[in-house]
Write a protein that binds this ligand. Structure first.
Ligand SMILES: NC(=O)C1=CN([C@@H]2O[C@H](COP(=O)(O)OP(=O)(O)OC[C@H]3O[C@@H](n4cnc5c(N)ncnc54)[C@H](O)[C@@H]3O)[C@@H](O)[C@H]2O)[C@@H](O)CC1
Ligand SMILES: Nc1ncnc2c1ncn2[C@@H]1O[C@H](COP(=O)(O)OP(=O)(O)O)[C@@H](O)[C@H]1O
Ligand SMILES: [K+]
Length: 507
């Protein structure tokens, strides 16, 4: 799914209205209806719905929502901050259409507002949407501070008011802290980034029938991965396939005290459809790995405690994953340097392999084309420098991927895949239960398996990251978030693959 900017969405609105010959307020009616359908499916009419409307089309949505909820016997009241702003045409239209039974209160200061009882109230924030062009001040800012401090749940229409969707919001700018955001047609970029994403709360998108031809033709580097997109990437196993069809992966992982990383990476790789797996580990892990992953072949290093040599015959591997738990010994860095010189296979670099690169940045110039790196934000910072905000971090990601012709999975709540072409893919699966040691190792195993099976790098990243998060979500449904461990993600990979496979067959 594409993620468009506020300016592009404005054009999409205008194009849709013109192409489909929509009458005044008709698109707004669709948006309000979509919101109300979501709202009535989630909330009963027990509490009173208190709708705060700004002067533009977001406020117009709020007025239409008030009318539609009233029709369904939901008790509603409307509040309009009086600031002297002029109203948009669709706002005025919906103000006229408001039935007289709905109380409308205009207020010039907060002292004009009544007392709201927490147990009996729910707020809808329809102050500002994608039309915001500067931080909110005055009565709007005061209203936002008041709503945020009320402790009453807030459902934002399209965007939490005050949040810039495509650029950093200034520090201390007044922004609604939404409990839920119901956003029209597609997520907004700010929802997917750690700092600004917090404001959107638990967000959902609802379609409002924007013209798909327009959206299809519009250019954007930002994409949000859907299950439909992933099921198109997934390949089922042909009937007459054999283990050679699915490649031979090599993993290089583990060191004394961190053999668990090698075990988790190997198990995830085995559960992701690879034909054959060899795992290079220091001698101390020999029995551990043979016992915990008997399907894998083990290549013990001459060193007892850490990796010092890469295996001979590198050309027989169709993908090589290196990094989880390998430590940062000098010999291991030399191994990595040599590997970058000699590896013809597709490479996946994670964890300490990334830290070794960061400590000796010259190595970056040796990255073979199409290498995949899977840093978390701290590891990425070591590689590419620190960013002033999440948007600038995306810029660093773009430059890094372009410069080294590599793919970077920047891990997080919405892991972001950067590509040499400048496209970004935000993942839509996963949960905070996965923020636990070893989750990242599982991801390295999955992506290495997919690369070994000859998925192209972009597809291996998109599919691998999605499956990893989906397995985490399926595990959460059984185990809960708090108790979730990396082993659970691996245990649910089968169900995750199955779900994508079934979706792929359905078409
Ligand atoms: N255009 C359409 O037909 C549709 C618009 N929709 C809604 O319309 C919203 C966008 O509407 P608008 O473009 O009218 O914008 P907003 O309602 O977000 O903002 C209204 C106006 O406020 C002014 N403004 C911006 N920043 C301000 C500030 N800091 N202080 C005071 N005034 C400020 C601007 O002139 C802006 O146009 C979307 O988020 C969505 O909710 C939906 O109803 C779908 C259809
Ligand atoms: N809040 C979250 N929501 C969704 N996924 C998350 C969240 N926190 C972490 N994850 C995922 O868990 C994995 C953690 O990886 P990483 O930080 O490398 O951990 P480790 O090194 O302990 O294995 C990443 O794939 C990340 O996207
Ligand atoms: K809003």
């Amino acid at each position: 799914m594409k993620i468009l900017t506020a300016a592009q969405l404005r054009e999409a609105d205008a194009f849709t209205i013109e192409r489909e010959k929509l009458g005044p307020g008709e698109l707004m009616e669709r948006a309000a209806t979509a919101f109300v359908n979501w709202y009535t499916a989630h909330f009963t009419s027990e509490k009173e719905t208190l709708i705060f409307c700004g002067p533009g089309n977001n406020g117009g949505d709020g007025l239409a929502i008030a009318r539609l909820l009233h029709q369904q016997q939901y008790p509603v009241r409307v509040f309009l901050p009086e600031t002297g702003s002029s109203f948009s045409a669709d706002f005025s239209l919906n103000l006229e259409r408001l039935p007289p039974e709905i109380p409308v209160q205009r207020y010039e200061s907060l002292s004009g507002l009544p007392h709201f009882e927490k147990e009996k109230s729910r707020f809808i924030d329809a102050l500002f949407g994608t039309g915001l062009n500067r931080p909110l001040t005055g009565l709007y800012a005061e209203t936002i501070a008041f709503l945020n401090a009320s402790g009453i749940e807030i459902i934002a229409v399209d965007v939490p008011s005050g949040l810039f969707t495509d650029s950093p919001s200034p520090e201390d700018a007044p922004i609604i802290q939404a409990t839920y955001t119901v956003s029209f047609e597609m997520p907004k970029l700010a929802f997917l980034l750690p700092k600004t994403g917090e404001f959107a709360g638990d967000w959902q998108t609802v379609p409002i029938g924007l013209n798909q031809e327009f959206i299809h033709a519009e250019r954007t580097p930002y994409h949000f991965t859907t299950e439909e997109a992933v099921s198109k990437i997934f390949r089922s196993r042909p009937k007459f396939s054999h283990k050679g069809t699915f490649g031979h992966a090599l993993l290089m992982a583990g060191s004394y005290g961190k053999m668990g990383a090698a075990v988790l990476t190997a198990q995830a790789c085995l559960r992701s459809g690879v034909g054959l797996l060899s795992v290079a580990i220091p001698e101390c892990g020999y029995q551990i790995l043979q016992i915990s992953a008997p399907e894998a072949m083990v290549l013990p290093d001459p060193s007892e405690s850490h990796l010092t040599e890469f295996p001979a015959d590198l050309q027989k591997y169709s993908a090589i994953g290196i990094g989880p738990g390998i430590g940062q010994q000098r010999e291991t860095r030399q191994l990595l340097s040599g590997l970058l010189d000699h590896a013809e296979a597709k490479l996946i670099l994670d964890a300490d392999a990334l830290n070794l690169l960061a400590a000796d940045k010259k190595l970056l110039n040796k990255l073979p084309p199409e290498t995949i790196l899977t840093p978390h934000p701290k590891e990425f910072e070591r590689l590419a420098g620190s960013a002033t905000d999440d948007f600038q971090r995306l810029e660093l990601l773009r430059e890094f991927c372009e410069r080294y012709r590599c793919y970077v999975v920047l891990k997080g709540a919405y892991s972001c895949i950067g590509t040499p072409s400048g496209n970004f893919y935000f993942n839509s699966t996963g949960n905070p239960g996965m923020a636990t040691g070893g989750s990242g190792d599982a991801l390295t195993g999955i992506i290495t398996a997919l690369r070994a099976q000859h998925y192209p790098p972009e597809e291996a990243c998109i599919l691998g990251v999605y499956l990893h998060g989906l397995a985490g979500d399926l595990a959460k449904a059984e185990k809960g978030e708090t108790a979730l461990i990396a082993g659970d993600i691996i245990a649910y990979l089968g169900k995750a693959f199955q779900r994508i496979g079934e979706r792929a067959t359905e078409g």
